[in-house]
Design a protein around this ligand. Structure first.
Ligand code: GLN
Length: 319
């Protein structure tokens, strides 16, 4: 298949051309990062460097297409919400999971309490803080952190994922808004576990150290319907992957999910550490890292790079 743009016609399956497009996307990401700001509401995150940027695209060949800071580890932050949801679906099932959390986008910021208090007792979806905290309350009854870490490593095809202890301590010391959410859920009688144990697991999962390659791996596992394409191991049932990707598409970038869906059109999830994971069914996992965030707390560089790749390689799921 050939697409036309300013330079020439090219074959979107030609790996050399794909590499060229990803290289251009990298430069767009570097430029866009100049207009973003590193998150500082968690003190350890303020140490992030605004001019870091990297992108990694991985297919089943196992040969990554990578530019920039793809080895540098940073905290996964809200991208862990994908892992938490996957664990809940795998170990508790669809019916139990969605008896306690909804499937609707909020249009609010990721840590909002507004609608939770005024509109609904259950959190709207698992991709915002309230929903992830609710999921952690369920998981805290059946798993400890080491078991969740083991699952995260399998889900991301990365055995080197570790807890970033300074980030965890920093989150735990300053996470009053998340505490407010957990105790509000408890006051409504919907939280499924002990609030402090729940929050501890939530903070730890936000503090896993990953890099852009890890995120590309996660995206590829999602693209391969939950099967590790290198070992052949089925990490999670394909039907659950469909659910996860649907929620990533509709809710993965907080109150920018709608615009991102139009402009990029790929199931994706962002985190305030600067990561974005995206997945292209049957083909690619894409991981970007750029800690300079836009006003919606999403990576400015990551969004610019993904727009370019999706547009030129026609990856929008509705293309
Ligand atoms: N740990 C962060 C928090 O709970 C995660 C938020 C995010 O990445 N958007 O506030």
């Amino acid at each position: 298949m050939y697409i036309t743009y300013e330079r020439a016609e090219f074959d979107v399956n030609d790996i050399g051309e794909i590499r060229r497009v990803v290289g251009e996307a990298y430069h767009n990401g570097v430029e866009a990062s100049k207009h973003g700001r590193v998150a500082d509401y968690i003190p350890e995150l303020a140490k992030g460097k605004a001019d870091d940027f990297g992108i990694c695209m991985l297919g089943t060949s196992g040969e990554p297409i990578a530019f920039g800071d793809v080895e540098k580890r940073f905290s996964i932050q809200s991208i862990s919400k994908v892992i938490n949801l996957a664990a809940s679906l795998k170990f508790l099932g669809f019916r139990e999971t969605f008896s306690h959390v909804g499937m609707e986008p909020t249009g609010d910021t990721f840590n909002s309490i507004l609608k939770l208090d005024t509109v609904s007792d259950l959190p709207f979806n698992p991709m915002i803080n309230a929903g992830a905290i609710q999921i952690m309350s369920m998981l805290s009854n059946i798993m400890d952190f080491d078991e969740l870490l083991g699952f995260a490593r399998a889900f991301c095809m990365d055995d080197k994922i570790e807890l970033n202890t300074p980030v965890y301590l920093s989150e735990s010391e300053t996470g009053d808004r998340n505490r407010a959410i957990a105790y509000l859920l408890k006051s409504k009688g919907v939280l499924q576990g002990d609030p402090d144990k729940t929050l501890d697991l939530y903070f730890k999962m936000c503090s896993l150290n990953v890099n852009a390659k890890t995120l590309a791996n996660m995206g590829l596992l999602l693209a391969c319907r939950g099967q590790n394409p290198f070992s052949g191991k089925h990490v999670i049932y394909p039907g659950y992957i469909r659910t996860i990707k649907s929620l990533m598409f509709t809710c993965g970038l907080y109150d920018e999910s709608g615009e991102f869906g139009v402009m990029v059109g790929l199931p994706s999830k962002s985190g305030v550490g600067g990561g974005i994971v995206s997945t292209v069914s049957d083909r690619w996992g894409i991981g970007t890292f750029g800690p300079a965030l836009n006003e919606k707390s999403n990576s400015a560089g990551g969004i610019a790079a993904l727009k370019h790749i999706s547009h030129l390689l026609k990856l929008n799921v509705f293309s």
